[in-house]
Design a protein around this ligand. Sequence first.
Ligand code: GDP
Length: 522
Amino acid sequence: MNTKEEIQRRRTFAIISHPDAGKTTMTEKLLYFGGAIRDAGTVKGKKTGKFATSDWMEIEKQRGISVTSSVMQFDYRSNRINILDTPGHQDFSEDTYRTLMAVDSAVMIVDAAKGIEAQTLKLFKVCRMRGIPIFTFINKLDRQGKEPLELMEEIEEVLEIDSYAMNWPIGMGKEFLGIYDRYNNRIEQFRTDEQDRFLEVDQEGELVNAHPMKETSYYKQAMEDIQLLAEAGNDFDEERVRRGELTPVFFGSALTNFGVQTFLETYLDFAPKPQARLTNDGEVVEPDSTDFAGFVFKIQANMNPAHRDRIAFVRIVSGEFTRGMNVTLARTGKSFKVSSSTQFLADDRETVDSAVAGDIIGLYDVGNYQIGDTVVGGKKAFEFEKLPQFTPELFMKVTAKNVMKSKHFHKGILQLVQEGAIQYYKTLHTEDVILGAVGQLQFEVFEHRMKNEYNVEVRMEPIGSKVARWIENEEEVKESMTGPRSMLVRDRFDRYVFLFENDFAMRWFQDKYEHLKLYNLL
Ligand code: GDP
C-alpha cells in the first residue's frame, strides 16, 4: 500500500464521556473487535489493581486514574483506527481539551439513565467550536433509563445540535428486546443466538416473519416512535454530520457488547478520514501533500521515572514519518534526526518505524518541544495554526517553601508553563505567581513535578477566583479597578487579565465599567 492509500484508511477519533458513562468498557469492546486485545477487560486496571504501562505517575497509582490521554491503534476491516483516550475523571485537564485538537471526529458516550452531564457538555463545546463530527452512543440500555425520545430531545436542547437516530431501542432494562436498526434496515435482537441475531424488516419497517416480539407493547411503541421520527425528526444528511451540525445517535449496551459492532461499522461508513489543517498563514496543508508535517498537542513527562524523559505527542497532519528521518522544529529552525519514536498500542508501547497522516506518534524529548509546536520533514518550515488556549477556572498562588530555591522555582515554572502543563499569571507590582488550571489535577501534577524534576517544594494557596476575563481595549484598564473580587494580573504574554471571584462579581464589575470589553478564551 502506498502512503496515499495508507492515509485514506486512517480514522482518528476521541471518545468523550462523563465519568462512568462507559468509555472504558466501550474502548475495550472496540479494541476487542479490532483484535488488539484478546480479552475485553484489559485496558485499564483500575478495578483489578493491575496498571497499564501508560499509568506512569505516582499520582495515577494513588488515585487509580489515568492522568493523560493515551493512544490506541487497531485495524478493523480495511480501516486503521486511532482512538485517543481522554481522562474521564472529574479532575481532567487542558490536555483533555487539546486531545480534541488532534482528532477528526469524536464519539460521545451518554449514560441512558443520566443523560447529558456537565463534563460532557464542556468537551462537546470544544468539538463544536472546531466543527468536528460527533457521533453519539447512548449506553446502558440493559438498565432502565430515560425514555429514548426524551434523551434525543435533551441532546438537541442542551447541546444545541440536531440529532438523527440511527437505531432505536425496543424496550429497555429487563424488557430490552433489541434495537431497530434504521440504517441497515433490520432488527438486532438482544441476548440471542448468533443465527437469530438479525431479523428482517419490510419496506414499512415491520418484521417480515412472525415473531413473538411483534406482539409486545415495546415493539409497538418503537414502531410508533420511529414513525414519529420519520415524520417530525431531522433527515439524515451526511454533509451536516461532517460539519458537526447533526449527530447520528446510536443506542446500545457496551457492557453486554450489544450494538457496539453495528455502531463501529456504521461509524466507519461516515467517520472522516484525516483532514487538512491550516498554517498560521492560512495555507491549507493536505494530508497527502508529500512532506511529513505534524504538531505537538501533548507533552507527557516522566513516563520512565528512571530517565525523566518526556514524550511529545505529535499528530501527523501530512505525509509519512519514518524513524531516523530528519525533522525541523519550526519554532526554532533547529533540525535533528529522530532516532527513537514510539507509538501506543493498547497498553504496550512499541517503537514505530513509520506512520502516516492521521496517526499519532510519540517523540522522545529532552525539553525541546512546546505544546503547539510544528515539526516538518521537508525543506520548507512552516507553522500550523496556534492551538487555542483555554480559560482556566481554578487559580492558586504559588511560592517556593524555601526562598533560597527561587532560581529553580522560576526555571521549573517557566518550563512547565511552556510545556502547557499549567497557565501562568503574575500580579502587577509584587509579581506574585498565580497558576491557572481547568482541573484540580493539573495543580497536583505541577506540585509533583516541581519536587521531582526541579527539586523545589512549593506552597499553593487557593486565591478564590474562578472567572478569568481578558480585555479587548487594554488601554482603558486602570489599576484602580482592581479589588478583592476583581484581581488584576498579567498573563504570560503580558496581557491584562481580571480574575473574578465568581460570575456575580464579574457582572457587577462589567456594569460598573461598561466601556471595558471583556472576553474569555475557550
Ligand atoms: P468510564 O468511567 O466512562 O470509563 O466508565 P466504565 O467503562 O468504567 O464504566 C462504568 C461502570 O458502568 C462500570 O461498572 C461498567 O461495568 C458499567 N457499564 C458500562 N457499560 C455498561 C452497560 O452497557 N450496561 C451496564 N449495566 N453497565 C455498564
